[in-house]
Design a protein around this ligand. Structure first.
Ligand code: ADP
Ligand code: MG
Length: 725
């Protein structure tokens, strides 16, 4: 096919497409399928000898070391359970530093030597695997000649059976480490940081009179935004296909200005997709709860109920895989890129964060009178200290080439990390600073003025959507993470910086008490000191305003605008000291993550730049030149006929064609000059020379899209892709 034939065919195919019926059984009880494919505590209790079950629970609930003898019994029960569910294979699932999910499948069958095979699965196979892992990113932690990597069973995250039309697989979440014990994945540091945070939180709880407190865990509720595009369009857009985002495309005449999509009626086809995904997620024990349209056309959101961070982060990865697979079944592509369409809202993943345990509940719950809830205030003050002291680490935890298109624009929080506390808490901490908090603003009621409607309760503080880190009543919502990234990275940062802050609080209080200071007085002194030294991070105003950039600088807050600015945070002396102290990352591991961050940034930019050059040269320029030729022929024909020819249209089209050529030349030069640089300098050059050249190419191409005859235009337009569902 040539010219615009691909685009026209895509439009025809989209129009003719009939979505599949949803496999929905009206007789099915809600909740009946929940967790059906999970080897949950419940399933284990039914199948394991009592002592084995108890031992597993002790590991999960109390972090007791796993008894190796137990593994054999669990493996055998797990295998039987999975085979009853149709599994023929098992897979150690791990989370390498590509940010994706990796799995290595093995059959349960082992040949027994007489030409037959027996299903077997031992404790050793359950607990340890050795994938050929030499091609996963390691940032210099391994050489190819010492390429061994091991996966290890994470008892804390339940195994599950993944259904596939061609056979089911038992999936076992695992960590992934090098032969020298260094983390090559995103799960290992979640577990290490969780342990570090718990140890310090327990010291604080002990000071508040809770003897031998239970482990404290981080909870994470990730809200996921995504776009859906019809597959026919997706396949006709090499940029979407290869880069996950459109590198070209003029703004549609109707954008999101009308705000008519947000929370609007969900289109039937999309609802069918959502129902299908929810069924799958339920089976896997993923508590998908909320679904709605998002701000941009074609954009939607799903929010599962919060869970322990380790499980939430595994579930999040599984959710993304499931969404992608089921979208395909419905003739659509699910886009998790942070900015698939320029000029329309991008996608984030809001990470709701709290800490707690089953006996003390949520430690970030203020109650109705936070001013006299000293324990809450200490935990909250720890968050303030952590975020102020280590804002740079939170910033780098969300840094990627793709999230750079979103952060700092007026739709996502700025790159400056600050905390929104809301009126009630901000007021309490102001009182603390002045010598002690004595009152809390009360919850109000909203009188509606309609007799038949009951009064609604009103929260003591409003929300602030412009803040990257906002208190929302019982948790903090970190709004900066990108939609396609793993939530593990922000969770590792949050756990580790909280470990440091809680360690500090516990040490201060323990020292004061040991010196004979009254406990309440010690708490007040600690809180006042934290507000004085770290209160600069609290900002309740408009984070999108230009004045905030200026004010934040005066307050000494970092404004790390791009990934290139943020990445060095990973190897700052303070960061290295912090992570070594709490045994989350060694110096080498930090450097490896920094190297991988750089490598991924550069790879992304190079792929995008090459695609821009290719599409610009082979698709857009030919269409524009054809149209230019048509116009020139028209002028010539008119002249030949003795009619006065108007050259203005030809000139209007010729100008952006010249710009496009110049842009492509500039891009080629930038790409070849890139090789003169290395490391951070190469990334900096890519940001400062390659990205602007790509923008120049795009600007000319988008101008041409508005000029070239529609029947010659080769790429599906924004209007077509965003409004057809
Ligand atoms: P909104 O869009 O109003 O921010 P949503 O209902 O879309 O709220 O999502 C809120 C997310 O926060 C959900 O994933 C929810 O489970 C999670 N959440 C609620 N309470 C907590 C908590 N204590 N800790 C962590 N996450 C929480
Ligand atoms: Mg939210």
């Amino acid at each position: 096919m040539s010219g615009n034939a691909v685009r026209l065919q895509a439009i025809k195919d989209v129009e003719a497409y009939v979505p599949p019926a949803v496999s929905f059984d009206p007789g099915e009880e809600p909740g009946q399928i929940f967790g059906e494919n999970v080897f949950s505590l419940n399933a284990m209790q039914k199948r394991l000898p009592k002592s084995v079950y108890k031992s597993v629970v002790a590991t999960i609930e109390k972090s007791a070391p796993l008894d190796p003898l137990v593994a054999d019994a669990v493996a055998s029960a797990m295998k039987d359970w999975a085979m009853e569910k149709g599994a023929t294979h098992y897979a150690h699932v791990f989370y390498p530093l590509t940010g994706l999910t990796a799995e290595k499948h093995d059959s349960f069958l082992d040949p027994v030597g007489d030409g037959t095979a027996l299903a077997s699965f031992s404790g050793k196979t359950l607990t340890q695997g050795e994938p050929d892992a030499s091609s996963f990113p390691n940032g210099g932690l391994r050489n190819t000649f010492e390429a061994r990597g091991y996966t290890g069973w994470d008892v804390m995250s339940p195994a599950y059976v993944l259904e596939n039309p061609n056979g089911n697989t038992l999936c076992i979440p695992t960590i992934f480490i090098s032969m020298t014990g260094e983390a090559l994945d995103h799960k290992t540091p979640v577990l290490r940081s969780q342990q570090a945070m718990s140890a310090q939180a327990k010291r604080v709880l002990a000071l508040f009179g809770h003897d031998e407190p239970e482990n404290v865990v981080a909870y994470c509720g990730p809200e996921q935004e995504y776009f859906l595009v019809d597959s026919h369009f997706f396949l006709a857009r090499p940029d979407l296909l290869n880069a996950g985002r459109t590198l070209f495309g003029a703004k549609p005449p109707k954008g999101q200005e009308f705000d008519d999509h947000y929370f609007g009626a969900i289109p039937e086809r999309v609802l069918g997709f959502m129902m299908d995904t929810e069924r799958e997620l339920f089976k896997l024990g993923i508590p998908a709860k909320t679904r709605h349209n998002e701000v941009a056309p074609g954009q939607f959101e799903v929010a599962p109920m919060f869970e322990r961070a380790n499980e939430a982060s595994d579930h999040q990865q599984l959710l993304m895989t499931t969404f992608k697979a089921i979208a395909k079944k419905h003739g659509m592509e699910c886009l998790f890129h942070e900015k698939p369409f320029a000029g329309v809202n991008g996608s984030g993943k809001h990470v709701n964060f709290s800490i707690g345990n089953t006996t003390q509940g949520n430690l970030l719950l203020p109650g109705d009178t936070p001013h006299d809830n000293a324990q809450f205030l200490v935990f909250c003050a720890a968050v303030i200290r952590a975020v102020h002291k280590y804002g740079g680490l939170l910033r780098v935890s969300v840094a990627s080439a793709s999230n750079d298109h979103r952060l700092g624009a007026n739709e996502a929080p700025p790159a400056i990390i600050s905390i929104f506390l809301g009126d009630q808490l901000a007021d309490v901490f102001e009182q603390v600073a002045k010598g002690g908090a004595t009152r809390s603003r009360e919850k109000g009621t909203l009188t509606i003025g309609v007799d038949t409607l009951p009064d609604l309760s009103k929260d003591p503080g409003d929300r602030n959507r412009t803040s990257p880190f906002a208190f929302t009543g019982n948790r903090f919502e970190f709004r900066a993470p990108g939609s396609q990234q793993t939530v593990a990275v922000p969770m590792v940062m949050l756990n580790t910086i909280m470990a440091e802050a809680l360690d500090y609080c516990a040490t201060e209080l323990e020292t004061a008490v040991a010196a004979g200071t009254d406990f309440d007085e010690a708490v007040q002194t600690l809180l006042a000191e934290i507000v004085a030294n770290h209160g600069a991070v609290i900002f309740n105003g408009n984070g999108y305003a230009d004045e905030w950039q200026v004010e934040a600088e005066q307050r000494g807050l970092k404004n790390l605008r791009t990934t290139v600015d943020a990445l060095p945070e990973l190897i700052s002396p303070e960061a290295i000291e912090l992570f070594s102290k709490y045994e989350v990352f060694s110096d080498r591991e930090m450097h490896s993550r920094y190297e991988i961050g750089l490598e991924q940034y550069l790879l992304t930019l190079k792929v995008e730049a090459n695609l821009t050059a290719e599409i610009g040269t082979t698709t857009i320029l030919p269409a524009a030149v054809r149209y230019q030729t048509e116009l020139a022929n028209n002028v010539a024909a008119l002249k030949a006929a003795g009619v006065e020819a108007d050259l203005s249209l030809l000139q209007t089209v010729s100008a952006p064609i010249a710009e496009l050529r110049a842009g492509l030349a500039q891009l080629a030069t930038a790409l070849s000059d890139l090789h003169d640089h290395e490391g951070i300098a190469e990334a900096t050059f890519a940001r400062d020379a390659v990205l602007p050249a790509m923008a120049k190419v795009r600007e000319a191409a988008d101008a041409l899209e508005a000029l070239v005859a529609d029947d010659l235009w080769p790429l599906p337009t924004y209007q077509e892709m965003l409004y057809i569902l």
